[in-house]
Ligand binder design. Structure first.
Ligand SMILES: C[S@@+](CC[C@H](N)C(=O)[O-])C[C@H]1O[C@@H](n2cnc3c(N)ncnc32)[C@H](O)[C@@H]1O
Ligand SMILES: [Zn+2]
Length: 274
């Protein structure tokens, strides 16, 4: 379902990815069910509500519909709710535009939108399956297929709060899209995150958010907040299966049978002001 009024609200934030590649990202406007730039590049709003601004085919390793469905089930079971609360708490009062990059199902930014009733949410992910799901995650969410490592298809200084939860961090382009005084809220796993399951299930896709790496990436920002979310959580068999199925090892590890576990949720949430 395409909410044209919502796209009219969002379109001014967007930048044409094709023109952006040659350094002149024109503004976009909506014409019927398409977004069009001044040079005539046209991007159709998909029936499912998202728009593909990747400008090329999605990479073969993008999250599949089955992985996205597993992530959706896992997150809606609520195991990571304390993390969503910490991320939402880090969004400054009065933020009007919230962007989540590598948003997956859009779960974290949707939670933040609930606490910011005037804000617009933008979910961005390289996986079309994820973007389709994120388009349905909140009535005030627009959803884009876009590559965090390319220039994001957003205007300079258009975003008040940028969320990046377990996802690729392009700090230089985040600085470009954040307005001065805006914040990047970055969640990274601590070394003991899910440690009870990692070896057993081969959860190798968990990127270490090494502190010195983060410090170097966000050197041009001011770190204004740091919270660690550490909890013991109980996972039943189906949640463990979803945890495996939503990650990059889904194809290599069969869903474990009969396994339940008490595991450590351990994540750092840092806020960097631009
Ligand atoms: C570990 S998942 C996290 C998803 C979501 N933030 C969450 O925590 O539920 C990483 C996400 O980053 C996305 N991703 C990977 N590479 C990307 C890229 N270059 N640009 C945009 N998204 C990317 C994946 O498709 C996936 O949805
Ligand atoms: Zn263009």
């Amino acid at each position: 379902m395409v909410d044209l009024a919502l796209w009219d609200r969002a379109v001014g934030l967007l930048a044409c990815p094709v023109c952006g590649r040659v350094g002149d990202p024109g503004p976009m406007a909506r014409t019927a069910a398409s977004l069009v730039c001044g040079a005539g590049h046209r991007f159709d709003l998909a029936r499912q509500g998202h728009v593909n601004l990747l400008g090329r085919a999605a990479p073969a390793n993008a999250d599949t519909p089955a992985m996205v469905a597993a992530r959706e089930r896992f997150l809606s079971a609520g195991h990571y709710r304390p993390l969503a609360e910490a991320v939402t708490a880090a969004v400054p009062a009065g933020s009007r535009v919230l962007l989540e990059v590598g948003a997956g199902t859009g779960w974290y930014v949707a939670d933040a939108l609930d606490s910011h009733p005037d804000a617009l949410g933008v979910a961005s992910d390289i996986s079309p399956a994820a973007a389709r799901r994120a388009a349905r995650s909140h009535p005030r969410m627009v959803s884009l297929v876009a590559d965090t490592w390319a220039r994001l298809p957003l205007q300079d200084a258009s975003v008040d709060a940028l969320l990046c939860v377990f996802a690729p961090r392009n700090a230089a382009d985040f600085a470009r899209v954040l307005r001065p005084g805006g914040v990047a809220i970055v969640a990274t796993p601590r070394p003991d995150h899910l440690q009870e399951l990692r070896a057993e299930l081969g959860l190798l896709g968990i990127h270490e958010g090494k502190d010195d790496q983060l410090t170097a990436q966000f050197a041009g920002y001011q770190q204004v907040d740091h919270t660690s979310v550490v909890r013991r959580i109980e996972l039943d068999e189906s949640s463990i299966a979803d945890l495996v199925a939503m990650g990059p090892n889904a194809h290599h590890h069969p869903a474990p049978q009969g396994l339940t576990a008490t595991v450590t949720l351990s994540v750092d949430v840092r806020s960097y002001r631009r």
